[in-house]
Ligand binder design. Structure first.
Ligand SMILES: Cc1ncc(COP(=O)(O)O)c(C=O)c1O
Length: 365
């Protein structure tokens, strides 16, 4: 029997099987992927690369210098500060191993794979619950008190989308350095607000490792590339802890093309900001209480009389719309769902479906 509620967003095959609907009928709001799709240059680069047999017959270049140079240009640091891997999870595994982390403080709710990765790496995980009442905010002293040697946190956060100011994160990193604590900072969604990134600060702090993704913002989760930005000693250690040839030549070329498309980046940021503001306003008009997100998704809370799991199922069965069911986020109270920000037409379909589901529910009471 297929599990009804997937571990992650975007598991459409699993949803289709569990609910008996074709994948092609589903409108997915559960994964936070840029609705514009990949930059055109990604697709043309992949097509052209297939005309070059060496892409398949040669091993990828082991130092990944072209990819690391492209990331360095994109982030404004030197290529010696970059380590790459085939996704966030392998990169985090490399960081835990390279830095010999023993025990990690985990502010929750957070990306579900953090805890699973720590467990696989046999690193102790200590949960620190962030509350909606405090706006899911990071409290520096609370994050640093204890015997842990690392803190794994995200900016913006997932699932809340809350952005923490650079000043707070810089103070946290400086104080953590004084206590020999590493800051593993996941900036998977920072491309939506790049001015808040800490990548420019890595040479000031030997305890700061910034982990970044190309999946969400460039709409290419199928290619599997992620990177770390850190001081040169740490990035060399991370790269050495990563399996060789983990990134295919095709993926590497496609990511180089994506990162150099500034117009796509600027346009995506602008579109997302406008669409997110409109969607948030429309959700609030339905009395769905949202968090103030800086990313391409919105976390919202249903009124307390509604059962979130039942509501999530009704949205699939009646409207073929999949939201992110948030019950498996540690530390998050009941009643939350998360919606990706898609294009205006799709967002309007979501709002209409939510309005109908709420109306039907209220009529039954
Ligand atoms: C906060 C966060 N970090 C990292 C990832 C994984 O990113 P990648 O696709 O680059 O492995 C995700 C995926 O959902 C995420 O939500």
């Amino acid at each position: 029997m297929t599990r009804l509620v997937p571990l992650h967003g975007g598991q459409l095959q699993q949803i289709a099987e569990a609910f008996g609907i074709p994948v092609s009928d589903i409108l997915d709001f559960s994964a936070n992927i840029n609705p514009e799709g990949p930059p055109a240059a990604v697709v043309s680069t992949l097509r052209e690369s297939l005309d070059d047999p060496s892409v398949l017959t040669h091993y990828p270049e082991i130092g990944e210098s072209a990819l690391r140079n492209a990331i360095a240009r994109y982030t404004g640091v030197s290529s010696e500060n970059i380590a790459v891997a085939n996704g966030f999870v392998p990169l985090l595994e490399s960081a835990l191993c390279a830095l010999s982390i023993r025990e990690c403080l985990l502010p929750v709710p957070a990306f579900v794979e953090y805890r699973r990765t720590l467990a696989r790496a046999r690193v102790g995980a200590i949960s620190h619950v962030l509350t909606p009442e405090s706006g899911f905010s990071y409290d520096i002293d609370a994050l640093l008190s204890g015997s842990h040697d690392a803190v794994l946190l995200a900016n913006p956060q997932n699932p809340s989308g809350i952005l923490c100011g650079r000043d707070v994160l810089l103070e946290l990193t400086a104080k953590a350095a004084g206590r020999n604590i590493y800051i593993l900072l996941d900036e998977a969604f920072i491309d939506y607000c790049p001015q808040s990134s800490l990548t420019q600060e890595i040479n000031r702090f030997s305890n700061l490792i910034v982990l970044r993704s190309v999946t969400k913002f460039f709409g290419i989760p199928g290619l599997r590339v992620a990177y770390a930005v850190a001081n040169s000693n740490a990035s060399v250690a991370l790269q050495e802890a990563t399996a060789p040839w983990s990134i295919t030549t095709l993926a590497s070329r496609a990511v180089c093309a994506a990162l150099s498309d500034k117009e796509y980046s600027n346009h995506s940021r602008m579109l997302n900001q406008d669409r997110r503001a409109r969607l948030r306003k429309n959700l609030e008009a339905l009395a769905l209480c949202t968090e103030s997100s800086a990313a391409n998704f919105l976390l919202f809370r249903l009124p307390p009389y509604l059962d979130a799991d039942e509501f999530w199922k009704r949205m699939i069965l009646d409207h073929q719309i999949v939201l992110r069911q948030c019950a498996n986020y540690d530390g998050l109270p009941d009643g939350y769902l998360r919606a990706a920000v898609r294009n205006d037409q799709e967002n309007a379909r979501l709002v209409e479906a939510l309005a109908q589901t709420l109306a039907r529910w209220n009529a039954k009471q």
